[in-house]
Design a protein around this ligand. Structure first.
Ligand code: AHR
Length: 502
């Protein structure tokens, strides 16, 4: 039967928190050094006076990325932030155990804050739960946010930064469940430590948002840590302020496969993970008898992307060369985040420059990978509210789906999400996963006006942009639905349709 898509722009499903388009920059491979920060680049025109890559800042600017997570990732587990402040020549070089590098500490807290200012974005810092202490964590919060006449606030002033940075988002460690993590913890040990740190950090600065380290959303770790740490707000001497200790619960997932259909359906596992995790948050509220008036934590999907280390050269399995198939997978990922906007308070693509990234620097310039285009389109256009959309089409029923997705039995060939922004612009993203069929689709709810069409595709699913030629690009065209109410979604493509609602 003919596929059909009907959009209901006035049927709001959820408000979208723009923080779902956040980024992530880790001290990993070429992400910070030669990615964000490249002071020794022989081409002086490519870098700012502070040593930041101008082309990276210029590429990111129109995307208005709201938040960047830093400094890791796994890197955090041995990072002592005080190594990275003060005169650069006095900063110690240290062995870096997560990625096997030497960390020079030439780029640290103050440099990251300056970069965030240049990129017009907010910082999100991840605390060292591996070798770090609570004292160090509190000192970092005081250094960044302290307004009073206290030691670390004064140290920041001494380094030339009179005004506090007001860092709002802080993570209580990263992937502390992972066997690869320095000082890996049991769920019980982590949860108790996170609770005690949260109490101290919120006493120090009740304005910060704390992010609990979850796992993949639907695991015993997620259940246990939420149950242990979601306490009645105002407990633990936080007095009348009724400040909750935990504001978000972080989950991570990477998907990838050499099989196209597995690759593009795998991100749907995230949709299920978000649903289950949201249920676990509710369950913790019920089991701990928390009042419904208490702020309910959202999900912070602070690492998501397509990644398969064995296939990625450079930076120790992290310099992915993304194909057209991967671009479709990233668009499905973003569709999932938009569809689940009610539950997701923040999401960070992992990562933002050079490692697992849509954007690659070379000594001479910049490459926009295939996955850049869906990321750019979503950051620019898919905002405001998620709105209802009805999709009817045949489904992919192959067997090469990952376990989580196989549970869904069928995956419609067209993966869709729709939004309407505050100015009345409706945007619909349609991924046609099919490798052989263009899908002529009856399209309803579009009104009579002109529709702008953005199409991302290429000659086959394996092409990349890494050889210096743009094999996967973005094309803009117009469609007049009053002349033809059917729209053809090309095989193996991403299409964004955009119009002003009447
Ligand atoms: O983003 C790369 C790495 O993947 C992060 O450092 C870690 O948190 C995850 O395992």
């Amino acid at each position: 039967s003919t596929p059909s898509i009907t959009v209901f722009p006035t049927h709001r499903v959820a408000k979208i928190n723009r923080n779902i388009y956040s980024g992530f920059t880790e001290h990993m491979g070429r992400c910070i050094y030669t990615g964000l920060y490249d002071p020794t680049n022989p081409n002086k025109d490519l870098v700012t006076a502070e040593g930041f890559r101008k082309d990276v800042l210029e590429a990111l600017a129109p995307l208005n990325i709201p938040v960047f997570r830093y400094p890791g990732g796994n890197f955090c587990a041995t990072y002592h932030w005080q190594d990275g402040i003060g005169a650069v020549e006095n900063r110690p070089s240290r062995p870096e155990l997560a990625w096997g590098n030497v960390e020079t500490n030439h780029f640290g807290t103050d440099e990251f804050m300056s970069w965030c200012k240049a990129a017009n974005t907010q910082p999100y810092l991840c605390l060292n739960f591996g070798t770090g202490t609570l004292d160090e964590a509190m000192a970092w919060v005081e250094y960044c946010n302290g307004k009073n006449d206290t030691y670390y606030a004064n140290l920041r002033r001494k380094h030339g930064h009179e005004e506090p940075y007001n860092v709002k988002y802080w993570a209580l460690g990263n992937e502390m469940w992972g066997p690869w993590q320095i000082n890996q913890m049991t769920q019980e040990a982590y949860a108790e430590r996170a609770l005690q740190w949260a109490k101290a950090l919120k006493l120090l600065d009740p304005t910060i948002d704390l992010v609990l380290c979850g796992k993949e959303g639907a695991t015993s770790w997620d259940y246990y840590t939420l149950k242990h740490c979601l306490q009645p707000a105002g407990l633990s001497d936080l007095g009348e302020e009724r400040v909750p200790l935990i504001d978000m619960h972080s989950i991570h997932l990477y998907t990838a496969s050499e099989d196209h259909y597995e690759n593009v359906t795998a991100p749907l596992a995230a949709e299920r993970a978000i649903e289950v995790c949201s249920g676990l948050i509710d369950l913790a509220f019920v089991e701990n008898k928390l009042l419904p008036t208490q702020k309910r934590p959202t999900i912070c999907f602070d690492e998501w992307n397509v990644w398969s280390p064995p296939r990625a050269p450079g930076s120790k399995g992290a310099e992915e060369q993304y194909t057209l198939s991967d671009a479709l997978a990233v668009a499905v990922w973003l569709n999932v985040l938009v569809r689940k906007a009610k539950d997701v308070g923040m999401a960070c693509i992992a990562q933002s420059v050079n490692v697992l990234s849509p954007l690659m620097t070379t000594e001479a310039g910049l490459i926009r990978q295939s996955t850049w285009w869906p990321y750019e389109l979503f950051c620019k256009f898919m905002k405001g509210h998620t709105v209802a959309v009805h999709v009817a089409c045949d489904s992919y029923q192959g067997t090469t789906k990952p376990d989580w997705v196989r549970a869904l039995k069928e995956t419609p060939w067209l993966d869709v999400s729709a939004t309407m922004d505050d100015e009345g612009w409706v945007s619909v993203c349609v991924v046609n996963m099919h490798l052989e069929k263009d899908l002529e689709t009856t399209f309803g709810g579009v009104g009579d006006g002109k529709v702008t069409v953005y199409t991302v595709t290429g000659s086959d699913q394996k092409v990349t942009n890494m050889a210096g030629k743009e094999e996967v690009g973005l094309k803009e065209s117009q469609w007049d639905p009053s002349k033809d109410s059917k729209f053809v979604f090309p095989k193996c493509s991403i299409t964004m349709l955009r119009w002003k609602s009447s």
